[in-house]
Design a protein around this ligand. Structure first.
Ligand code: NAD
Length: 262
């Protein structure tokens, strides 16, 4: 049974075949959705176009989410191309390299504002434009990380931006719920991607999580993709405003290191 047959999905944040957005795109495609892709900078076109061809995706547009004009343009083109959309995937985040190492206390005003703008406000900006295209209801989702709730080494300003993203998810869910639009976030465990490579010590995080996670392994893009598929489909029709963890169980641990064992 195909879970999103005939539904139309706009996916932001595809950079390459390691992107979480690519795992989501493949899962939605496999289950019958018609897709549109958006990428953040011109240099990514040569990576994103072949991925689009692989899935027969005809809608591929650049959009810098710091620019309202870019967001307006991509949604106007999506309206022309798709008419209505059913699914919006926000898989976009950015913070300056120097803010993803060292101490949070040293974050600059500029670095703070940039991380918040690209990684949190952009969800609100997209939801504003998606709303008129979701007259029949829809599912909006974004990607977050547990560093929003607990202090993680070097995650710093991105943890603050993810906290804003998760709070925005709840406020958007309340505003858009009466229109049949659901808004959720997926909190993924660490996965090796371009964005993750910017976090100092990321490889050590991966190894640590693998050894402590209740499932004793890390998650991958496909597992996040299948949860996104569930959120996009009617199987999750009663779920909104939630943060869904796809982290091999890491967030349930109060004390990851075993102590008191003889
Ligand atoms: P990725 O590098 O593949 O994706 C990040 C995307 O953000 C890229 O496509 C990049 O072009 C885009 N982006 C950055 N600035 C932009 C801008 N100004 N305008 C438009 N797009 C812009 O890495 P990813 O890990 O797949 O990240 C996707 C999402 O998943 C992010 O929100 C990230 O925080 C989240 N996430 C990642 C992990 C992980 O460990 N990889 C874990 C939890 C959550």
């Amino acid at each position: 049974m195909k879970l999103v047959e005939g539904k139309k999905a706009l996916i932001f944040g595809l950079a390459n075949n390691r992107s979480i957005a690519w795992g989501i795109a493949q899962a939605l495609h496999e289950h019958g959705a018609e897709l549109g892709f958006s990428y953040g900078i011109p240099q990514l076109e040569r990576r994103v176009k072949p991925l689009a061809e692989q899935l027969g995706v005809g809608f591929v547009e650049m959009c810098d989410v710091t620019k309202d004009a870019d967001i307006d343009a991509v949604f106007a083109k999506a309206a022309d191309h798709f008419g209505q959309i059913d699914i919006l995937v926000h898989s976009v985040a950015f913070a300056k390299q120097e803010d993803l190492s060292g101490r949070f206390v040293d974050t600059s005003r500029d670095g703070f504002a940039m991380a918040m703008d690209i990684s949190a406000y952009s969800l609100v900006a997209m939801a504003q434009r998606a709303r008129p295209l979701m007259a029949n209801g829809g599912s909006i989702m974004s990607l977050t990380y547990y560093g929003s709730e607990k202090v993680m080494p070097h995650y710093n300003v991105m943890g603050v931006a993810k906290a804003a993203l998760e709070a925005s998810t709840r406020y958007l869910a309340a505003d858009l719920g009466p229109e049949g639009i659901r808004v959720n976030a997926i909190s993924a465990g660490p996965i090796k991607t371009l964005a993750a490579a910017g976090i100092a010590g990321f490889r050590k995080m991966l190894a640590y999580a693998e050894s402590k996670n209740p499932l004793r392994r890390n998650v991958d893009q496909d597992e996040v993709g299948r949860t996104a598929l569930w959120l996009a489909s009617d199987l999750s029709s009663g779920v909104t405003g939630e943060v869904i963890y796809v982290d091999a169980g890491y967030h349930i641990l109060g004390m990851p290191d075993a102590v008191g064992e003889e």
